[in-house]
Ligand binder design. Structure first.
Ligand SMILES: *Cc1c(COP(=O)(O)O)cnc(C)c1O
Length: 366
């Protein structure tokens, strides 16, 4: 149990209510931030200390802070959802806490007590409760992150000081104007992660190194990049910053396959939830391996009927078209698939409190 109390400094100049309502009516994604933020400091001697809820704003960093040079950083992402009765919940926050600590181990950073992590989310949502949208499908995106603040350019050791923060951003529908399948590019030039690397850690460096691959996808007229394994460049791993799901068959014969967590994939909480939900909806689910050749042949034979990416932000993102240097194919008829949408509806229903939560995934905050 963490015994840290949060020192709360209300923002003396919050965004005026009318302006906030305007933002919440059309928040977009990741563009607007709430009135407060959480900061908790760590150093080797004092451990975690100095927990605060304070006005949102710039932070001062020494130019020699280790994160600016060696990218010792990690982050998490989850949402707060308004329920029909006005209360506010998050979804499986202890999964995010546990994943953050696995990322911390890989990045040689300190672990944060899971209760303190969840308390930090709760403290911020309490301070910014008016920022949790009531519009259907909208949410307050929570972004916990941690980075090295030790002033030291020595490269032989991890930092001794860290700052953990949580900021929050109201978010609208990921797809305004309906869910449209995306086109994806099979990147042969770039890889996201290799065995022994940081692929399963949620760290900013994985994103920094993926922008060139994403730009290559866009240059080929595609929305997102499909990451293949680093050795043979044929085994499918992820799409953009989402896990991938393949639907075989249809109707009562449908089943789900997702690439197994080999150490180079990010273990998504949406992925995990789909693997648990699907069988209860009559769709058996398994983790396995799929190559680009099997993907193409499966779609062409009709065996693979739907493919989608899944993650907290979009929930599901159907894949409608795949392009590579020497191959190209289409999946479905330009509309999201039936199994994809059924899984999406079920998960959203649990998150927004319109369906029962037999799994105990919903965590009440207010
Ligand atoms: C965060 C992330 C995901 C999705 O994880 P969720 O917990 O489902 O949001 C998938 N892939 C990558 C690379 C990610 O960073």
């Amino acid at each position: 149990m963490s015994t840290l109390d949060f020192d709360i400094t209300p923002n003396p100049n919050p965004v005026p209510a009318a302006e906030r309502e305007g933002i919440l009516a059309d928040p977009g994604w990741g563009r607007h931030f709430t009135d407060h933020m959480v900061t908790i400091r760590y150093n080797e001697d004092a451990g975690w200390h100095d927990a605060r809820v304070e006005p949102y704003g710039p932070i001062a960093l020494d130019p020699a802070s280790q994160v600016l040079h060696y990218a010792q950083e990690l982050f998490e992402g989850l949402k707060a959802y308004r329920q029909p009765d006005g209360s506010i919940v998050t979804f499986r926050p202890y999964m995010n806490a546990a994943r953050m600590n696995r990322s911390a181990q890989r990045m040689a950073m300190p672990e944060i007590p899971e209760d303190l992590f969840v308390r930090a989310l709760e403290a911020l949502v309490e301070a910014d409760r008016d920022w949790v949208p009531t519009e259907e499908g909208y949410s307050l995106y929570l972004r916990p992150f941690m980075f090295a603040t030790t002033r030291l350019l020595g490269v032989n050791q991890p930092a001794r000081d860290y700052l953990f923060m949580v900021i929050a951003s109201p978010s609208g529908l990921y797809y305004s104007g309906g869910i449209k399948p995306v086109s994806v590019w099979l990147s042969q030039n770039y890889t996201r992660a290799a065995a022994g690397g940081t692929g399963e850690a949620k760290t900013g460096g994985n994103y920094a190194s993926s922008f060139a691959g994403q730009a290559e996808a866009v240059a080929h007229g595609c929305d997102q990049v499909v990451w293949l394994d680093a050795v043979e460049h044929r085994w499918v791993e992820e799409v953009g910053s989402m896990n991938l799901m393949f639907v075989y068959g249809s109707g009562s014969a449908a089943r789900l396959l997702t690439p197994a967590l080999t150490g180079t994939l990010l273990p998504g909480i949406t992925r995990d939830s789909m693997l648990k939900l699907a069988p209860d909806l009559g769709v058996p689910a398994e983790e396995g391996k799929i190559s680009i050749e099997e993907w193409q042949a499966g779609v062409e034979s009709g065996e693979i009927t739907e493919v989608f990416g899944c993650g907290t932000a979009a929930i599901i993102s159907p894949v409608g078209e795949v392009k590579g240097a020497d191959r190209q194919w289409r999946i479905g008829d330009g509309e999201p698939g039936e199994v994809s949408m059924r899984l999406r509806e079920e998960l959203i229903g649990i998150q927004y409190g319109t369906r029962p939560d037999p799994y105990g995934w919903v965590h009440r905050i207010l």
